[in-house]
Design a protein around this ligand. Structure first.
Ligand code: MLT
Ligand code: ZN
Length: 485
């Protein structure tokens, strides 16, 4: 960098600023307040951080050089993809010392292999773009989350995202066949192998998946694809409660567990928020119900097995009263409209006011107990609180989300977030569940780690972190609670 370089970042050593400028050029570095602002707050607006600069590498070599340079200067690095974390996992702290490393320029889909059923994708590709590319090639990437239009593959794998298809295909980790990552010392770990069998030491890619950027930055991954389903049926069902929803799940599972592509639960309260606050979202049933299920069945076969299965299970369920009313999609646009009622839950809740999210999981059989008990607990804690649980009933992951009472000051509501989360989590714990099913720990839930994962489990995680990142430069403040000084 010449002395006249426009790149100045007061909290970075001049030698580091110079080296970064030489590496990335002016277009690879953002420092203007307006440009940097979107990178220093999270989707939920829970955190407001600062950063010295936003760095935008174009390839793995630049990414590795950034990590190595920042390591030499002990500058913290916050990796950021689509910035869709629900737990502040990609937001820097308020010190302004960190750099945000934005992966958006690393956005190539390098290869799709129809024989191996794999795709090689760089970290900055959005999940939606990866799904579309797989579909155009006649295959399917079976990972779907509400934020897929913005969420990027690197973040999706780094947080081991779950979503709507976990019931059939597992979480992001299960779809991860190979991985390349930049480790905290700047070395590139090249594990871009697409092998079904490879027992050669520790499963490092599985360690990096779900590490939330604390052990390295994922640069490229190989994902497992599936054949494109040739038949697909989607239905929206009105039910009396979660117990009926579970009974319906059991009925489908008893017939053909492998056909269940998604099995999603929604409360009447949450659905009303969607139809009230999202333009064009309407309920295609005669009247509102206490709760709903969206079920998707799919098969690689082009015959009518799936339709017959859907009709027969729903027919029985309507007759027995397990289902109060149901509608089956008759076209692609109706399918999309039914899915939209589910996918817009998070956005509708954001519009309805401040909300506290409990991304919890319990054994599937205990979902009704969770919903019943946590509803009672929350309504007793804050009268008027809007209880709007929804989510992935088929894998036991419920977003037990609470929206502020109408008219309550949102700040006063959010001031009670730990109290609300703790009262839900006490029930989750009693039901042998987890306090974070798919959103991760980020910075929002670090305080829960000692109680839930304390002892040997947390200590082992700390030792791994210390061994790989002794200077604690990789996404500091995430996963681990601050150590008492
Ligand atoms: C979802 O499944 O839509 C989410 O994970 C969103 C949420 O918890 O609000
Ligand atoms: Zn979810």
């Amino acid at each position: 960098m010449s002395d006249s370089s426009p790149f100045t970042a007061p909290s970075l050593a001049p030698a580091l600023a110079r080296a970064l400028h030489d590496l990335l050029g002016p277009s690879g570095i953002l420092t203007d307040a307006g440009d940097v602002a979107p990178f220093t707050t999270d989707w939920r607006s829970l955190y407001q951080g600062q950063c010295a600069a936003v760095l935008r590498p174009a390839d793995t070599a630049q990414l590795a050089a950034i990590v190595s340079l920042c390591g030499q200067h002990a500058v913290p690095i916050v990796p950021q993809g689509g910035n869709t974390s629900m737990v502040g996992g990609a937001t820097p702290d308020a010190s302004g010392r960190a750099v945000v490393v934005c992966l958006s320029r690393m956005n190539r889909i390098r290869e799709i292999d129809p024989h191996d059923l794999t795709m090689v994708v760089e970290a900055g590709v959005t999940l939606k773009a990866a799904q579309d590319a797989a579909r155009e090639a006649g295959m399917m990437l079976p990972l779907s989350i509400s934020s897929e239009g913005s969420a990027q593959i690197g973040g999706v794998i780094a947080t081991n995202a779950g979503g709507n298809n976990t019931v059939r295909y597992g979480n992001a980790r299960e779809l991860l066949v190979g991985l390349e990552a930049v480790m905290p010392d700047g070395q590139v770990f090249n594990g871009l192998r697409r092998l079904r069998k490879d027992n050669t030491g520790y499963a490092l890619r599985q360690l990096l998946a779900g590490s939330e950027g604390t052990l390295g930055i994922l640069s490229t991954v190989i994902l497992q694809l599936q054949p494109q389903p040739r038949s697909r049926e989607i239905a929206l069902c009105a039910v009396a409660d979660a117990q009926a929803a579970l009974a319906l799940f059991g009925a489908f599972r008893a017939q053909d567990p492998a056909a269940i592509q998604a099995f999603e639960y929604m409360s009447g309260t949450g659905m009303a928020m969607v139809t009230d606050l999202i333009e064009g979202a309407t309920l295609p049933l005669a009247e509102p119900a206490p709760a709903y299920v969206l079920v998707e069945l799919a098969s690689a076969r082009a015959d009518d097995t799936i339709r017959t299965l859907m009709e027969s299970v729903l027919g029985d369920a309507l007759e027995s009263g397990t289902v109060l009313d149901a509608v089956m999609a008759e076209s692609e646009s109706q399918s999309a409209a039914l899915w939209r009622l589910r996918e817009e839950h998070a956005e509708a809740q954001r519009r309805a006011g401040a909300s506290v999210k409990n991304d919890v999981s319990v054994p599937v059989s205990r979902v009704p107990a969770l919903i019943e008990r946590a509803t009672v607990a929350c309504e007793a804690l804050i009268p008027g609180i809007r209880v709007a649980p929804f989510g992935h009933l088929g894998d036991g992951n419920i977003h037990f989300n609470l929206v502020q009472p109408e008219g309550m000051d949102p700040v006063a509501f959010l001031a009670r977030d730990h109290e609300i989360m703790d009262s839900v989590c006490a029930i989750v714990r009693d039901l042998d569940g987890s306090f974070s099913a798919e959103h991760g720990v980020g910075q929002l839930k670090t305080y829960m780690m000692p109680e839930w994962r304390g002892g040997a489990e947390l200590e082992t995680m700390r030792r791994i972190k210390q061994a790989l990142d002794p200077r604690n430069i990789m996404n500091p403040g995430k996963i681990f609670p601050a150590q008492p000084t």
